[in-house]
Ligand binder design. Structure first.
Ligand code: CA
Length: 438
C-alpha cells in the first residue's frame, strides 16, 4: 500500500501560484491524471496532470528533458490518447512519475522554465474519458442505501440475507459511460405501476442520479489469477466521482430476477480527473464491521484492511435547474455524504471480484454503489431523499423535485481534508438531462 512520502508533505508549495490556494482541489500534493486537449481544437487528446488551475501537458513535458528513467517512460505512455498503457505499468511507474512531477513543480525547481511552457489552463481545456473502459462493474456498498432502497422496493424484506456476506455487484455496460459534461435524452422503456395489470411504454417518469465513487483498475491480471486482499492496492490506479443515472420506474419492473438492465445503461458520467491511490494515502482510515454483523470470510479479512482500508472522501450533490441557469442562480445543494461509510472497502471489492479467477484489465472500472450516509439527509439519490417520490424536496428558489426534470443538471463534488494533510479535491462531475427523443 502506498506509504506517506515526500510528495504528501503539507509544506510543499508550487511555482504554479494557483496550486497554493488553500481551497484549490489540485495542490501539488494531489497531481491527478486526465485526458484533455484545447477546447474546440482538433488537437489529439493526451494525458495531463492538474496543478492549481493549470494542466501539465504530458505529451509536451516528455520532450523537454525534465524527467528521466522510469518517470520518463511513464510520461511517454501518458502522451497517448488513453491512459491504459500507463495504468497497466503498475505502482512503481505511477509513483516514479508522481515523484518527478512533484519535484519539478515545487517552488524553486530548476524545471520551472521548461515545464511552464507545457501548461494549458483548465479553463481552455476539454476532456475525454481518461482511458478505454473495457469492463464496468457496479457495486452496492452502502448498507444505508441498500436498506433504504430495499425498503421501498420490498417493504417486508429490505436487506437480503447475502448483503452482509458478499460485496454485491452486477456487470454494467461501459459503452454509455462518458466524461463530465455528458448530456443524454430521458430514457424510454417499460414500466408498470403497482396497481396496473399490464406494463406501459414511454419516457421514464422517475429519473434519478446516484452519488458514487468510480474506481479504476491499473495493473491487470491473467484469467485464473486471484488478487489477494492485501495486494489490491497494487492494482487500484485511483478514483473519480461517478454519477450512475438511474430510471427508477424501469428498474422496479425489470430488476428481478437478474438485476438492473435498461434502468442503468442509458448514461453514466465520470469526473475527468483520476485522483491516484497514492495521493489518497493520507486519507486512508480504519475500517470496521459492527460486532453484531457477520464478520468477513477469511479472503475478505486482514489487519491491513482493518487498519487502513477505508477512504474518508467527502461528497456532495447539487442540482441546477433550467430556471436557475436562466436566472443566474447558484445550484442547490441536495445532500452531503462520505465514502467512509462504505460497508465494504475498495480492496474487498477487488479481492471479491477476482476470487473466482475473473481477470482484470488496465482501465476496468468499478462503481462503488450509491454512497448514502447513515442519516436520511445524507442520501445519495432522490429515490431516498424523497422517500420514493412521496416527499418532494423544496429547493432554495421555491422549485420542487421528486425526480429529475428535463433540463436539470446534476453536479457532484468530492474532496479530502484533515489536520496535518493538504486538502485535495476531485473537481466535479456534471451531467444534464435532455427531453426524451421524439
Ligand atoms: Ca449504481
Amino acid at each position: 500500500m502506498p506509504a506517506l512520502n515526500e510528495t504528501h508533505d503539507l509544506n510543499l508549495t508550487s511555482w504554479v501560484a494557483s496550486a497554493n490556494d488553500a481551497q484549490s482541489d489540485f495542490p501539488i500534493q494531489n497531481l491527478p491524471f486526465a485526458v484533455f486537449r484545447r477546447q474546440g481544437s482538433d488537437e489529439a487528446f493526451r494525458g495531463g496532470v492538474a496543478i492549481g488551475d493549470q494542466i501539465v501537458d504530458l505529451a509536451a513535458a516528455k520532450d523537454v528533458g525534465v524527467f528521466s528513467g522510469l518517470a520518463q517512460t511513464a510520461a511517454e505512455a501518458c502522451a497517448a490518447p488513453t491512459l491504459n498503457e500507463f495504468m497497466g505499468m503498475g505502482s512503481e511507474a505511477w509513483s516514479a512519475l508522481r515523484l518527478a512531477l512533484s519535484q519539478a513543480l515545487r517552488s524553486g525547481s530548476d524545471a520551472e522554465a521548461k515545464l511552464s511552457a507545457c501548461l494549458v489552463a483548465q479553463a481552455d481545456a476539454e476532456y475525454d474519458l481518461p482511458c478505454t473502459i473495457g469492463d464496468y462493474t457496479d457495486f452496492y456498498t452502502s448498507v444505508f442505501h441498500a436498506t433504504a432502497v430495499g425498503s421501498l422496493f420490498r417493504p417486508d424484506n429490505p436487506l437480503l440475507p447475502n448483503y452482509k456476506w458478499v460485496p454485491i455487484g452486477y456487470h454494467g455496460r461501459s459503452s454509455s459511460i462518458d466524461v463530465s459534461g455528458q448530456t443524454f435524452h430521458r430514457p424510454k422503456g417499460q414500466t408498470k405501476a403497482p396497481d396496473a395489470t399490464e406494463p406501459s411504454f414511454g419516457p421514464c417518469k422517475r429519473l434519478d442520479y446516484e452519488l458514487e465513487m468510480g474506481i479504476y483498475i491499473g495493473k491487470g491480471t491473467e484469467l485464473g489469477d486471484v488478487i489477494a486482499l492485501d495486494d489490491a492496492d497494487d492494482h487500484i490506479f485511483g478514483m473519480c466521482l461517478f454519477n450512475d443515472w438511474s430510471a427508477r420506474d424501469i428498474q422496479a419492473w425489470e430488476y428481478q430476477p437478474l438485476g438492473p438492465f435498461l434502468a442503468k445503461n442509458f448514461a453514466s458520467t465520470v469526473s475527468p480527473w483520476i485522483v491516484t491511490t497514492e495521493a489518497l494515502a493520507p486519507y486512508r482510515t480504519a475500517w470496521s464491521r459492527d460486532e453484531n454483523d457477520p464478520q468477513p470470510l477469511p479472503y475478505l479479512e486482514s489487519e491491513q484492511n482493518r487498519n487502513e482500508g477505508a477512504f474518508d472522501i467527502q461528497l456532495e450533490v447539487l442540482l441546477e435547474s433550467e430556471k436557475m441557469r436562466a436566472e443566474g442562480q447558484a445550484p442547490a445543494k441536495l445532500s452531503e455524504s462520505s465514502f467512509v461509510h462504505s460497508y465494504w472497502t475498495v480492496a474487498q471489492m477487488v479481492a471479491h471480484h477476482t476470487v473466482n479467477g475473473c481477470n482484470m484489465k488496465p482501465g476496468d472500472f468499478f462503481g462503488s454503489g450509491t454512497q448514502s450516509g447513515p442519516q436520511h439527509d445524507e442520501a445519495g439519490s432522490l429515490l431516498e431523499l424523497t422517500r420514493g417520490g412521496k416527499e418532494p424536496l423544496t429547493l432554495e428558489n421555491g422549485e420542487t423535485r421528486t425526480f429529475l426534470e428535463d433540463g436539470d443538471a446534476v453536479i457532484m463534488r468530492g474532496f479530502c481534508a484533515k489536520d496535518g494533510a493538504a486538502r485535495i479535491g476531485f473537481g466535479e462531475v456534471v451531467g444534464t438531462v435532455l427531453p426524451a427523443k421524439a
